[in-house]
Design a protein around this ligand. Structure first.
Ligand code: NAD
Ligand code: TYD
Length: 349
């Protein structure tokens, strides 16, 4: 029996990780601590919310008293830390929230874990990070390795980089057993429609323009979210303490090419005339400090942990589009209120 704290489990990636752990490990008790910000949504976990080995706690990772009480009550063996402010554009509009959650929240969790884990045997603090901490690859033949120097360029990636440094510092200074993974861009069901793929799907469905920043030449390496959850499962169980693992899809796309593929799939699914969705593409002002290219070399995790992506991109895209088209209620609940306000601030000036 193991008790595990998963933070940010009501978000996009967190909900897939919670589902995987609750269903796969009946002898684990999973506590999901989530503040339910605009990005947290308990609808994501409807299918497992009544499971005997699962409990949800609404709360902030910056709330040291609450985190301490949870550690006392559950005597956690492991932490899988996903809670974060995760959207680059929002970090440009309002950096402070990113500093609070991503840095102060992470250090709060580290402190409480350090205080409770006087005997570190069998304990693990697993910090989920991003490839964006490595900065922007200007050369098309370079890849991010675990040894690549940090060079974050947005308030989001700077806050994540800072949290990674604190996690390593707690390992080096206090002997806290940690592991970190840095993953490329995820896509799949349950992603909040502020991120590129669900935004494009949602806008095409609603006949709204598709905003492409700059010339659409920026490159991202896309991974299906369930493959990321599987990697997290493997690293949690087989990762070496103190190590970092890069996780990527080996699947690089220029934004404009990816959006054109999505347009084709949407035309087919919505039974629209071929080429209709592409007409919605609109090139808009570039993101400030827009990183050109991210690309992961994931040979370490492939060799040492025997993980590789299992879902082909074409299949993952179709699964994703089908999910959004069949979960209209989920999407419509989000496309109101606060999101509208964010959307007009971000795109209409
Ligand atoms: P998300 O924005 O969809 O979800 C974040 C979750 O954290 C939400 O449920 C939110 O309510 C919760 N949260 C935010 N602040 C909190 C706080 N102070 N206390 C408790 N809960 C809080 O994010 P995501 O895309 O699922 O990303 C999860 C993690 O994976 C993040 O750490 C992110 O940096 C990392 N990551 C994401 C990607 C990606 O492509 N989405 C890629 C690599 C790494
Ligand atoms: P995003 O999904 O925000 O992820 P990240 O910035 O963390 O990589 O964006 C993916 C790419 O798509 C990025 O190069 C920015 C671009 N993009 C647009 O062109 N238009 C948009 O409306 C959004 C949200 C993103």
């Amino acid at each position: 029996m193991k008790n595990i704290l998963i933070t940010g489990g009501a978000g996009f990636i967190g909900s897939h990780v919670v589902r995987l752990f609750v269903n796969k490990y009946e002898d684990y008790f999973v506590v999901n601590l989530d503040k339910l910000t605009y990005a947290g949504n308990l609808e994501n976990l409807k299918d497992i919310e009544d499971a005997d080995n699962y409990s949800f706690v609404k709360g902030d990772i910056c709330d040291e008293k609450l985190v301490d009480e949870l550690f006392t009550k559950y005597e956690f063996d492991g932490v899988i830390h996903l809670a974060a402010e995760s959207h680059v554009d929002r970090s440009i509009l309002n950096p402070m929230e990113f500093i609070n959650t991503n840095i102060i929240g992470t250090v709060t969790l580290l402190n409480v874990a350090k205080n409770h884990w006087t005997d570190t045997k069998g304990k693990l603090f697993y910090h989920i990070s991003t490839d964006e901490v490595y900065g922007s690859l200007e050369n098309l033949t370079d890849f991010f390795l675990e040894s690549t120097s940090y060079d974050p360029k947005s308030p989001y990636s700077a806050a994540k980089a800072s949290s990674d440094h604190f996690v390593r510092a707690y390992n080096n200074t206090f002997g806290l057993p940690i592991v970190i993974s840095n993953c490329s861009n995820n896509y799949g069901p349950n992603q909040f429609p502020e991120k590129l793929l669900p935004l494009v799907i949602s806008n095409i469905k609603n006949n709204k323009t598709i905003p492409i920043y700059g010339k659409g030449e920026n490159i991202r390496d896309w991974l299906y979210v369930v493959d990321h959850a599987r990697a997290i499962d493997k690293i949690f169980h087989r990762g070496k303490i103190g190590e970092t693992y890069n996780i990527g899809g080996s699947n690089e796309w220029r934004n404009i090419d990816l959006v054109r593929v999505l347009c084709k799939i949407m035309d087919e699914k919505l039974e629209r005339e071929s080429g209709q969705s592409e007409k919605l593409i609109s090139f808009v002002k570039d993101r400030a400090g827009h990183d050109l290219r991210y690309a992961i070399d994931s040979s370490k995790i492939q060799k040492e942990i025997n993980w590789r992506p299992s879902v082909k991109f074409e299949e993952g895209l179709r699964l994703t589009v089908d999910w959004y088209l069949h979960n209209e209620k989920w999407l419509n609940n989000i496309l109101s209120g606060d999101y509208q306000q964010y959307y007009s601030e971000q795109y209409e000036n």
